[in-house]
Write a protein that binds this ligand. Structure first.
Ligand code: HEC
Length: 260
């Protein structure tokens, strides 16, 4: 009986492993890209992140909030206060007037990024039942965040390019959005980017790939604005420890020099 149980458990475990392997097998790993901010000395590419803000503001902000950021945080991307004011001059945010009546007023640098929907239920209702997630920490919340989000934004396959097997296996209809990198492939977000979706002020050519890279640079910064300080501190600590180790070695040598 015991043996039977053990065999049963092993069989169940291997079945579960196989199921996981199959599930994992359907969503390929996102291709690895080189990101300016990775590695122990990596920093954010300010120009790319500023372009990424433009992509977020002109495209993604229609559906996704970025609730942990205030507009004045953009100054950390190398913009002056006046440049930030200029960037947000057309954004209207909800507020209350002196009589407590709801009004819309122009955004100020101290305002948090404007939310596209009043709450989650309204967000879901406007997006086929799936609320677009807040993007403040999305780069950290997904495995291989930068590579995954870049792959997701560039990984849509139009219905007429799908194989009959894919259509059958994932029960895709013409109204679905098929994404190679989204788990389960059917995603409630229609392809948000396309070539020339935005016009960059610095003359960079706005291909889909470029827009995706730039918005990832911006979202990576949004999810960890103090990464550069953290890395600088780390480097200083390592240098200090190296110097200290050298000093201690010299002290040890001199203390023991006449004991041999
Ligand atoms: C028209 C609305 C809309 C726009 C515009 C839009 N999204 Fe989405 N997005 C959604 C919805 C809805 C979901 C939830 C999809 C789901 O769970 O099926 C989503 C999900 C996501 C996810 C999470 C995917 C995951 O792994 O769960 C990311 C990342 C994302 N969007 C990034 C972006 C970026 C970056 C932009 C701008 C370039 C953008 N989105 C523009 C509606 C939108």
């Amino acid at each position: 009986m015991r043996k039977l149980l053990v065999t049963g458990a092993i069989a169940a475990a291997s079945l579960a492993t196989a199921a996981v392997a199959i599930a994992a097998g359907t969503t390929p790993h996102p291709p690895h890209k080189h990101w300016h901010f990775q590695g122990p000395f990596g920093t954010y590419d300010r120009a790319a992140a500023q372009r990424g803000y433009q992509v977020y503001q002109e495209v993604c902000a229609a559906c996704h909030s970025l609730s942990l950021l205030a507009y004045r945080n953009l100054m950390e991307l190398g913009l002056t206060e006046n440049q930030v004011k200029d960037l947000i001059k057309d954004i209207q945010v909800p507020d209350l007037n002196d009589d407590g009546q709801p009004i819309e007023r122009p955004a100020r640098p101290s305002d948090r990024f404007k939310k596209p929907f009043p709450n989650e239920a309204a967000a879901a209702a406007a997006n086929n039942g799936k609320a677009p997630p807040d993007l403040s920490v999305i780069v950290k919340a997904r495995e291989n965040g930068p590579d995954y989000i870049h792959a997701l934004l560039t990984g849509y396959v139009p219905f007429d390019k799908l194989t009959p097997e894919q259509i059958k296996e994932f029960a895709v209809t013409k109204d679905d959005n098929f994404n190679t990198y989204f788990p389960g492939h059917k995603i409630a977000m229609a392809p948000p980017l396309s070539d020339d979706k935005v016009t960059y002020a610095d003359g960079t050519k706005a291909t889909t790939d470029q827009e995706a890279s730039d918005v990832v640079e911006f979202l990576a910064w949004a999810s960890e604005p103090h990464m550069e300080d953290r890395k600088r501190t780390g480097v200083r600590v390592v240098l200090f420890l190296l110097a200290m180790a050298g000093l201690m070695y010299a002290v040890k040598r001199s203390v023991w020099s006449d004991k041999h």
